[in-house]
Design a protein around this ligand. Structure first.
Ligand SMILES: [Zn+2]
Ligand SMILES: [Zn+2]
Length: 267
């Protein structure tokens, strides 16, 4: 059984209207014992209006102030952040992560050379292979981010809005770089996030089933579940599916984090 959701957004993210209190109450209602609120911080992103950039101090203080409230509702709340990896902001982002003691940090690649793969603009003038390999290269370099992070978010984000006939990729197409990514994750004790925010694909998750299997085969055991919900409607979405998928591969536990320390709960 999965009783955690470690990737959620609230109205601190420019693309969410979700009130944090309601999110916590809903988590409690659907039986989630562990919840991480992980709002977006994409430092200097051209896609976030200036007045919608995350106010880090206010965000950290506000979400921290809900920890006790969550506990009263039987939910262990991790104060988290989803850090968008932007290489030329590495120093600034390191200072931020050192200043605010977020429990849990997801390191995610949204932008490749300043262009977010969520938007059509990213794919213009690129063949499928080029679009995907450039994204995977960015994921590989994100693993060298100099700041603390707990997990690597939604590997395969590039396929969420890809305009190609064949959206899903085979492991063999990108095996070389995917192996490099997975081996590095394993060596660095980083958690692989299984993210259920993807539509229209058989696997129903990113990374793909093949990638998760390969991670296991290479010795990776640290996985976590994240719905990437931007409202209560998607909170915990597909957790039963993810639970079965992980158990079938051989995983016995999920990895969670509190105060930047890893712990595991039974699947
Ligand atoms: Zn993301
Ligand atoms: Zn997210």
């Amino acid at each position: 059984m999965i009783i955690s959701d470690f990737h959620t957004h609230t109205d601190f993210s420019s693309d969410s209207l979700q009130n944090p209190e309601e999110l916590i109450l809903h988590a409690s209602k659907i039986g989630l014992k562990y919840l991480a609120i992980t709002d977006h911080f994409d430092n200097g992103s051209a896609y976030v209006p200036k007045d919608k950039q995350l106010d880090l101090k206010k965000y950290y203080q506000t979400i921290s102030s809900y920890v006790e409230f969550a506990k009263q509702n039987n939910v262990e709340l991790a104060v988290g952040i989803e850090m968008g990896y932007v290489p030329d902001k590495n120093q600034q982002n390191t200072d931020i992560i050192n200043t605010y003691p977020f429990d849990y940090v997801i390191n995610s690649v949204h932008e490749v050379n300043g262009v977010d793969c969520y938007f059509e603009e990213y794919y213009q003038g690129k063949e499928r292979f080029e679009s995907y390999i450039k994204y995977f290269q960015a994921v590989l370099s994100s693993l060298d981010a100099p700041y603390y992070y707990s997990s690597i978010g939604h590997i395969g984000y590039v396929i969420r809005k890809a305009p190609y006939k064949q959206v899903q990729y085979q492991y063999s197409e990108f095996g070389n770089i995917l192996d490099k990514i997975l081996i590095k994750i394993i060596k660095q004790d980083i958690i692989l996030e299984v993210n259920s925010s993807i539509n229209g694909l058989d696997d129903k998750v990113i990374p793909s089933l093949e990638v998760i299997k390969r991670y296991y085969e290479l010795g990776g055991r640290l996985v976590t579940f994240g719905s990437d919900a931007h409202s209560i409607l998607r909170l915990g979405e597909k957790k039963e599916h993810v639970c079965k998928l992980l158990k079938d591969i051989g995983f016995k536990s999920l990895a969670l984090v509190k105060s930047r320390k890893l712990f595991e709960i039974e699947l």
